[in-house]
Design a protein around this ligand. Sequence first.
Ligand SMILES: Nc1nc2c(ncn2[C@@H]2O[C@H](COP(=O)(O)OP(=O)(O)O)[C@@H](O)[C@H]2O)c(=O)[nH]1
Ligand SMILES: Nc1ncnc2c1ncn2[C@@H]1O[C@H](COP(=O)(O)OP(=O)(O)O)[C@@H](O)[C@H]1O
Length: 219
Amino acid sequence: MPVPTQTRRGLAIILSSPSGAGKSTMARRLTAWDPSLTFSVSATTRPPRPGEVEGRDYFFITRETFGDHIMNGEMLEHAEVFGNHYGSPRAPVEASLSKGCDVIFDIDWQGTQQIANSAIKQDVVSIFILPPSIAELERRLRERGQDAPDVIAGRMAKSEAEISHWAEYDYVLVNDDPDVCEDRLRNILTAERLRRDRQPWLTEFTRGLSAEFREREMS
Ligand SMILES: Nc1nc2c(ncn2[C@@H]2O[C@H](COP(=O)(O)OP(=O)(O)O)[C@@H](O)[C@H]2O)c(=O)[nH]1
Ligand SMILES: Nc1ncnc2c1ncn2[C@@H]1O[C@H](COP(=O)(O)OP(=O)(O)O)[C@@H](O)[C@H]1O
């Protein structure tokens, strides 16, 4: 039975982790598994890494443009991370959520706190991803091969502070085996969708069951 669209909003699924724990990898896997998921493409003042695509991975903008977006209220949230500015453009997120499309965010704890206190707080499902160990976190950052050694050292230095926010999230997963982690994320998404659709869907469905009861009584 279809879910009435007027009451069904999308979920705002937030992934956070220390740099290198695997949240971008998991966001990519989830959108490949379910192409109806929208990825919230952030704006950043960080320069692009080799292979990153404008509009797919980030909108790469200047500090001045970033400041203008904030002044105009165009950012749902924003934060300074590792010396660069990052923010989630508001309009595409609101458009997707109000159409009933689920949105995935790859943002830090500061942005998560802001969204958890924003107009879309009722849509939020927040997930924190931990690395199996600090040695493995560092190995992943090096293996990714996209950041200079001093940048990696800076990210490692900040990872303990990022990890300290784990308890603020709805779910916490350890990303050891990537297939296991992806499977758990799919399960979370499936369960949260059932929970969201519970009211509108079951109101209709149980009405149908009552009608069936009445028909049986009359026959
Ligand atoms: N608050 C906030 N954080 C963001 C946003 N986009 C990315 N980040 C976070 O900024 C940090 C650095 O991201 P990035 O430069 O891509 O490095 P990576 O995490 O090592 O891949 C990560 O913790 C991201 O989750 C955003 O729009 N808002
Ligand atoms: N479970 C995993 N096991 C081994 N390597 C992983 C795993 N998850 C991600 N990686 C690798 O670790 C590196 C960092 O992952 P990435 O998704 O870029 O992290 P983040 O977005 O959290 O900074 C990438 O090279 C990625 O392929």
